[in-house]
Structures are given as C-alpha cells and as structure tokens.
Design a binder for this molecule. Structure first.
Ligand SMILES: [Zn+2]
Length: 545
C-alpha cells in the first residue's frame, strides 16, 4: 500500500492532477463537483504513477514522470488563461477557433493578452507548483495516514467514474460525460470532435458542387458584401455615439443612398462561427441545406465571384481556408494579408458585371493601434472620461481612430462601385466590448458577461447605387422600409437572393427581411442557445462612460 500510494511519484502526480483537473470546477461551480474532481485526480495519479513505476525507478521512469508533470502544467496554464480571460476551458469550440486563427491574428491575440508581467507571473507560478509538489511528496512519502486518505479518494474516484458511466450526473449542469472529468481526456475528446468537423468538409463540398441557381433579372445587379470586424455599434456615430466616427457614411445616409438598420444581431461573438452563419444559405429546412454557401448560388447564377480577405487565406483545413471549397465558391481570392484595409481595394479583380465581391476586413480587431495609419490619429486619451484608467482611455482612442479609418475604407469601396448597377451591404461580424461595464475589452465571452448586447448587436447598412435605384425602385423602397426590423445576419443570404433576383431552391422569402412574408417576431437564437428577444435582461446595461 505504501509502495503505491505512499511513494513520491504518486504524490507529485496527485498535486499536478489536482491543478490541471480542478480548473473544470469553474464550469460546474459547486462543492460536490470539486470533491468528485479531487477523487478523479487520485485515480489518475494512481494510474500515471503505475505507468512511471513500470520502469522500476530508472532514469526512464523519471523522464516519464516529468513528461506527465509538464503535460499537466501546460494544460493547466492554457485552461487558467482561457478561464480567466474568456470563462472557457479547452474544448472543441476552442480547438476550432485556434485552427481558424491566422498567424497574425494569433500574434495580435498574444500581444493583447500576454505582457511581460503575465509571463513573469507564469514562470513564478510554475516554479512554485514544482517546488510545492516536491516538498509535499518528500513530506508525506511513506506516511500511512496520507496513503489511507489517498486510497479512499481513489476508491471514491473509481466509483464516480462508474456512476457517470452508468448515466448518473452530479449536479444540475451535469458532470455527465466521462471525457469531461479529466483534463487529458477532455483534450482528446475535443480533438476527436474536431476531426469529425473536418470530415464534414467533404459533404459541404459535395452539396455546393451540385447547387442549381439562376438569375431572373435581365440586367442582374452586382452585389458587394463588406464584412467588417469587431465594429461596435455603440462606437458608431451613425447610432448616436457622440464622437464623430462615421462622418463619410453619415453623408451617404444623409443623401438617402445608405439605409442604416438599427436592430441587427450576429449569431455569434466569434469570427469563424459568425462567418459560417453569414455564408450559409439557411434557406430550406431540408437536411443539409444549411451547408449551401451563398457565393456558390451567385456563381451558378452567372455571377463572377471573388473574396478579398484580410484575415483568412486558402491552404488550411476549415471551410473558409479549404482550397476545393474555395474553388467552388469563387473565381478569385487574394492569397496574402495586405496591411491596412484600404489596400484590399487594389486586389479587387476587373470582372465583367454582374459580379459578387465579398470583402472581409481586419476592421477594428485588436490590436486597435495597428488598424489605422497615422493620418487617422484624431482622438487621443484626453478625449475620454476620467472614470476610466489612462490605459483604457488610450485603448478607446485607438479603437475610435480605427473606426474613423474604417469609415474611410467603406466609403472608398462604395466610391469604387458608385457608377455600377449594384448594392453594397456593410456590417460587422460581431460587436466588441470596450470597458462599458468593467475593465474588459474584446469579444468571445458574451454569454458569460452581464449583458450580451455589446458583443452581439452590430452595425448593419445597405447602400444602393444611382443605377440600382432607378432600375429597382421597389427593392430600394422595401430596403428603406425595413430599417427597424429585427434582423440576424444568419439570414443575410436570403436578403441577397431577393435583392439580386437569384432563383434557387435555397431561397426562402420568409427569411428575407425585405419580403412581406418576413415575420415581425422572427426568432433570433444567438450564442448557441440564447433567444435574443426573450432574454431575462432585455435592457442593455448603460455604459459607464
Ligand atoms: Zn471577428
């Protein structure tokens, strides 16, 4: 007994197991779950110490021990980082986000969340954990009482595994899956699920290859879809923000060519998920039809199609980076990021009309200071409320300068297509929180915040060219009449099909917000399972500045 539960290997592994497994308590948040995880850690440490002892105290057994310790520490560091900043743990959602993150997004992310102080704290924490586990293992080595407690915890842990395996759950949220009980199995489960997602890619390609669509217009209009990034409607002067961040688009709204919609939400607070919902046609309840992507329909209807992107490029293994799927959707895609967004205009190919041009900006994605050239430095920290810290005021100035530059970028796109028969749709993939409630800025954790509004409500607008206005006055009238309707970008494709006159079985008039069949009480499910219009907290929490 002392050999198995009273030896140093078991005690060291028990400490690091508790560290890497116990973080899951943030998800379950109750004492019973914490105790179950403690028992599971004892089971895991028992198994792992047995593996080490297979090598009979040789150098190899020490190597295996420290390899396992290192793995536990890495998982613990990642989990603590995700839990502190995003109230998330390593899961399939996180694996998907990481897989879709470009190298420049990753470096922006790390420079935003990792500073020298955090790195130093991490190093000190790792040293303290290793020191403590060594001290603990020496202090309690061959200690009979400690060994008996360990045996009891291990026995209870085995019971917990068996009871979960037989369908029992421990609390309302439910520790109900064996894979979720241990950090390593949770990570393996996420990887397996991610592989399943990759497997779905083949079916998305097949469905899109066989799409049938046509245009019923004699002179079909060109369609320009501009997808912004992290643009908060609460920082747009078009929506009442007191700082003039949208002077050029305001002039378009003033002359009546730009319709500004005031009740639009994004399906998700993550770029990848939001983009897929925007691209998917969602036009029929036949199974699998949600995987039809709208550029495919336009291309099959005779449009020349292009994607100009400042974030995603082909060569990866998600739907937006998959080369075969991209070749089904688009005649042209740019292959590299282009620095500031205005450079995307140079990448727009010279297509004959009608054309569908999708432009995905880097917009106001952190780090905000990198998102605008120096001539757009208009706001400074001194322009902001003294209720905020100096760093927060500085960050807001960068954000608003990036928004001012974004106004110029969208205006430049409109000007490029001004003389064509076309419409330009511009909206953000999701919103952004900017210290309105507390010291948090960013996106990706809306469901855990006091309100989801700042990250989910988005600016949304449609500009129509003079030619389009004279050719389709009825469509323009219906766009203008729809600016107060509740809209979710999940159904954007349906509006595009109707406005451009695309015939396809994936078109569903009930989901097109300019159609008379569009219901006033359309269901808007956001962030997986939140009914946006029937939330408990309906009123947006007032900004503290
Ligand atoms: Zn985004």
């Amino acid at each position: 007994m002392l050999k198995l539960w009273g030896n140093q290997y078991f005690l060291i592994l028990f400490i690091v197991n508790i560290l890497s497994n116990m973080i899951a308590v943030v998800r379950f948040d109750d004492a019973l779950s914490a105790f179950v995880i403690l028992c599971i850690s004892a089971v895991s440490a028992t198994v792992e110490s047995c593996i080490c002892r297979l090598f009979r105290n040789t150098t190899l057994s020490k190597c295996v021990l420290w390899f396992l310790v290192t793995l536990h520490l890495i998982v613990a560091i990642i989990d603590i980082f995700l839990a502190v900043n995003f109230q998330k743990l390593l899961s399939v959602a996180v694996v998907c986000i990481v897989a879709e993150t470009t190298s420049s997004e990753a470096s922006s992310f790390l420079s935003t969340y990792l500073d020298i102080r955090t790195v130093l704290c991490l190093i000190i924490a790792v040293v303290v954990v290793i020191w403590f586990s060594l001290w603990f293992s020496r202090r309690f080595e061959r200690n009979r009482v400690a060994a008996i407690i360990s045996i009891i915890l291990t026995a209870l842990g085995v019971t917990a595994y068996l009871s979960v395996a037989s369908g029992h759950t421990f609390n309302a949220d439910g520790i109900n899956s064996i894979s979720q009980l241990h950090s390593f199995t949770r990570l393996c489960h996420a990887s397996v699920k991610f592989k399943e997602i990759l497997g779905n890619m083949q079916s998305i390609r097949d469905i899109n290859r066989h799409v049938i669509a046509s245009s019923h217009q004699d002179e079909a209009p060109s369609v320009i879809v501009v997808i912004g990034e992290s643009f908060s409607k609460y920082h747009s002067s078009l929506y009442g923000y007191p700082k003039l961040t949208n002077p050029l688009l305001a002039a378009r709204a003033e002359d009546g060519s730009l319709s500004v919609f005031d009740d639009v939400v994004s399906l998700s607070d993550h770029t990848g998920v939001a983009l897929f919902s925007i691209f998917s046609a969602n036009g029929s309840d036949e199974p699998g039809n949600t995987d039809v992507l709208f550029p495919t329909c336009f291309r099959k209807a005779g449009y020349k199609t292009a994607l100009l992107d400042n974030q995603y490029f082909t060569g990866g293994y998600t739907w937006i980076t998959d080369i075969p799927l991209s070749e089904i959707m688009f005649d042209y895609r740019n292959q590299h990021e282009v620095g500031h967004d205005v450079n995307l205009l140079k990448e727009i190919p010279n297509f004959a009309d009608p054309q569908l041009i999708v432009i995905h900006l880097i917009g106001q994605h952190y780090t905000y200071a990198d998102r605008y050239p120096s001539e757009f430095k208009h706001f400074t920290a001194a322009d902001y409320s003294s209720a905020l810290t100096e760093d927060e005021r500085e960050m807001l100035a960068h954000y608003d300068n990036a928004s001012l530059y974004n106004d110029y970028v969208v205006e430049s796109i409109i000007r490029k297509f001004h003389d064509k028969n076309c419409l330009v749709v511009y909206f953000s993939d999701h919103g952004e929180e900017l210290y309105e409630i507390d010291d948090f800025m960013g996106h990706g954790n809306a469901a855990q915040r006091p309100t989801i509004d700042y990250q989910v409500r988005i600016p949304f607008m449609v500009w129509t060219s003079p030619q389009f206005q004279s050719k389709y006055p009825d469509v323009v009238k219906r766009i203008k009449e729809s600016v107060h309707k509740p809209i979710i970008t999940d159904y954007l494709a349906q509006f595009l099909f109707e406005a451009a006159g695309i015939d396809t079985k994936y078109y569903c008039p009930e989901l097109s917000f300019i159609n008379e069949k569009y219901p006033a009480d359309i269901s808007r499910i956001v962030l997986d399972d939140i009914d946006f219009d029937h939330r408990a907290k309906q009123e947006p929490i007032k900004s503290r500045y």
